[in-house]
Design a protein. Sequence first.
Length: 356
Amino acid sequence: MDDMTLLRRMRAEIPRPDSQGLAAGRERMLAGIGQRPDDAPARSRGAGGGVGGRKRDAGAAVSTGPLRPRLLGRPVVRAVLATAVVAAVVGGAVVVVGAIREERPAAAPGPVSPRLRPVSAATVLKAAAATERRHEKRLAPRDDQFIYTKEVVRETETTTGRTRTFVDENWRSVDGSQRGWTMEVGKGWWSQPLKPNESIWPPARWQELKKLPTDPAGLVLTVRKQLTGGRPAPIADIRAQDWPTIEFGLVGLLHRTPVMPPGLRAAAFEALGMVPGVTATTGVTDTEGRAGIAIAYQDPFHQLPTSDVLIFADNTYDFLGYADTRTSDSGGKRKTYKRTFTLESHAIVDKVKQRP
């Protein structure tokens, strides 16, 4: 039998990939053309931040004028957020420190580690947006109801290796008029309604979230306006120094708003892919052993990775969760914890502390 006949039979047996698979494959092929020889030195790529990186928090509040960063929740908890998961290309393999399992090549002499397949952040985030649009649930809560979320947080102390798991449950008032219940790393407190002249980023009220654009470019411009107070401008005219703030706002929206109106999360994924400096690192796994791709950002002005890392499933592009690092000075001793966040469930309920 000739080779062409064998190929035709194989084509009949193997299903054709979908458009997202083709796009990702094309990215890998194009990036692979320019790969280094195996004996060339590897160049580091950031996928998070080590201790000492720029501190970040997703909250911002104002009375009047442009939004300014502020700490959400209890200051003693929020203020300890520091830098995140670190990823680097070392000898052809990714080392992801913290919430993601380390993968290192065998010591020489030994087999050469398989080369990682490259893929762009924009491709991953577009694919993630398409997956989100296919599976998102349409919610229509009433103003007097609450949005309930249950999130599993795992953190590991870097010096001892001790791992703890927390289940954080939150109840947020749909219209922001009622006090809610907020939890972080297992500790909870009552969150009071915003005052009439106050607003925060990301928006706490459902109606405000519904007003945000669900097209990526429009969302980028809205975040820029909200957080920088800059004049309206097309994407091409956004100043380089504004992009770190835009990235900060988009990641804050994604991380601090686990439940969104239809179309908004997908738009936020694609908008994040438009930010210069956002990178994708393949070959990582989350704490449950699932193969993933880490999306992170390098701040060009401070030459530091930012705190938040988004992890997507390697093949399906489902959103798996977040990874970051927090520090604590409790008891006069500085400790560092590497963390992952996974949204386990969410629902609309009628009362605070009511479970579905």
